[in-house]
Design a protein around this ligand. Structure first.
Ligand code: ATP
Length: 308
């Protein structure tokens, strides 16, 4: 991808006394990229986000956001940065509309964007209610609207979908897709790996402050070489033919009376699928389940532990 870099992190280490929150991390994030930053509790995700926001400075290395040092006194690019913290907290006695208006003034964003954003996150009707009466999901959506003020070029969203029901999660990812199309860099820090599949262009895995994987899900699948699960279904009438067929095709696991599955390594996957799809195979249906992001994550954590 040739898009311009928006965030450049080079050899960054951050220590708090004896605690190393982040160790020698380098990465470049680009325009129009949606990146999932994943890792266990305490892995260093929030520290990385704070470094990009300039809330803290690195102990070693450099951070550049939109070409500037975010920890420097003059950080003009701050207005082009959107941030949704892990725990959004607002003044409960203000209304949603007042709160967004307040942040719009702080960010010097046009005041009419308040209405557009309230609408975008589905809070137009609740805009004049006190935030104290909002549900957690509504507060989370207000937080997102706040992060979107000023049409940011870089959005840093810490656990953004916590508290959102599936429908709201969908609409959240639609907003992310619009931002990506508009050329923004969107960094999503999350534990919810399964839901990030299909949403993130790239995944960065951190563990104990160290970056242990960085690439598209396809890259990570290629590197991990994990097997693909192939599941076949057959009808009762074909049960005996099926016994004979699996005798010829190897290590299937029985799921139930009419379903079998097998883990196929990258080299045998295609030939197995061809055999299962051939006219003489007594198979009614076939599912191909590639390794999930959860499985890839476990794999990379496991290989990192093995090298320690
Ligand atoms: P979570 O998923 O739980 O939010 P995280 O990946 O965001 O975790 P960080 O909050 O970045 O992790 O923390 C990384 C490490 O740095 C942890 O060991 C944490 O205890 C430590 N740490 C973070 N901030 C401070 C601080 N201000 N003082 C001392 N240690 C800190």
């Amino acid at each position: 991808m040739n898009a311009s870099p928006t965030v450049e992190i080079t050899g960054v280490t951050k220590t708090y006394g004896k605690v190393r929150a982040v160790t020698d991390i380098s990465c470049v994030l680009r325009e129009g990229e949606t990146i999932a930053l994943v890792g266990h509790n305490g892995a260093g995700k929030t520290t990385l986000i704070k470094l990009m926001l300039g809330l803290i400075g690195p102990s070693a290395g450099t951070v550049r956001v939109l070409g500037e040092d975010p920890a420097a006194g003059q950080f003009a690019a701050r207005r082009r940065l959107g941030y949704l913290p892990e725990n959004v907290s607002f003044n409960m006695s203000l209304t949603g509309r007042e709160t967004l208006g307040f942040y719009a003034r702080l960010k010097r964003a046009p005041l009419d964007s308040v209405e557009t954003l309230l609408h975008r996150v589905g809070l137009t009707g609740a805009g004049d209610r006190r935030i104290g009466t909002y549900s957690k999901g509504m507060r989370q959506r207000l937080g997102l609207a706040q992060a979107l003020l000023g049409r940011p070029r870089v959005l840093l969203l810490d656990e953004p979908t916590t508290g959102l029901d599936p429908a709201l999660r969908r609409s959240f990812y639609e907003i992310v897709a619009d931002l990506r199309a508009d050329g923004a860099t969107v960094l999503l820090s999350s534990h919810a790996l399964t839901e990030l599949e299909g949403e993130a262009d790239r995944v960065i895995i951190v563990n104990r402050g160290v970056k242990i994987a960085d690439g598209t899900i396809e890259d990570l699948r290629r590197i991990a070489q994990l097997p693909t699960r192939i599941r076949v279904r057959y009808s009762d009438a074909d049960a005996s033919r099926m016994d004979e067929w699996i005798g010829r095709t190897g290590a299937w696991r029985r799921i139930n009376g009419h379903m079998l599955e097998m883990d196929a390594g990258p080299e045998e996957k295609l030939s197995l699928i061809r055999r299962a799809a051939s006219a003489d195979a007594p198979i009614a249906d076939l599912d191909i389940v590639p390794p999930t992001l959860d499985e890839l994550y476990a794999h990379f954590l496991g290989s990192e532990a093995a090298t320690r």
